[in-house]
Design a protein around this ligand. Sequence first.
Ligand code: SAM
Length: 278
Amino acid sequence: MATIDGLPPLREVIRAHDLSAKKQLGQNFLLDLNLTAKIARAAGDLSGSDVLEVGPGPGGLTRGLLAEGARRVLAIEKDARCLPALAEIAAACPGRLEVINADALTLDARAHLTPPIRIVANLPYNVGTELLVGWLTPAEWPPFWQSLTLMFQKEVAERIVAKPGSKAYGRLALLAQWRCDAKIVMILPPEAFTPAPKVHSAVVHLTALPAPRFPADAAILSRVTAAAFNQRRKMLRSALKGIAPDIEARLLAAGIEPTARAEEIPLEGFCALARELA
Ligand code: SAM
């Protein structure tokens, strides 16, 4: 039976194109089109935006994005086996879907997109964090995208939205929250995917702020947080010893107790320290 978008159900698509999931490509597919439409809605109003989707696979989320009114979708897929299935979606939505067979880690997709741009993806787990860090660390801010709506393993999603004092709090939380609003908008059990992964997943929605929440130099902030969290159990005066010879004085000038540990310090404190060290 055809679905609401007139295309065959995803199980049929997978059978017809012999798309058995490959673990090394992080292939855990979403086959419920109600769920993919819900993820697309979590990305906000798509009607005036180009959407960059990484890893469309058989196209469940792609169909959700198109059904929810995305102006245009650019989908980057590494697995050439998926291209015929995606071509069927492109034919059903003339001029609205472009598919590029490439590795999203190396392709610069910006030339293929017209602002405003939103990024929405059920990411391959093995490259998800690397892609996120790339999107969060452009040469200039604001970035080329307005929002990111991304599926991660739940544990990674919790690290992105973590607050000081929690175990999950660390570099990823600081990097994300320095220049974005970040929240978990959906939690999915393993059975939502085919094949089912071992862990729960979560969708995180990040909106780019027009400017950083607190002023700081990105490279210094990155160096300081790397050193602080590489030895998160140590007091900052020893964890940051290698950063500056007078680190105790610098910490105090930034309003931070030298005996405090990295996980107690809020974003504002790390930004103040980065300014002291500039
Ligand atoms: N979006 C589909 C869905 O929700 O059912 C598939 C999601 S699956 C978790 C991840 C997809 O990313 C797979 O189709 C896989 O082939 C693709 N992929 C893996 N590594 C990639 C890379 N480096 N660049 C682009 N696509 C990649």
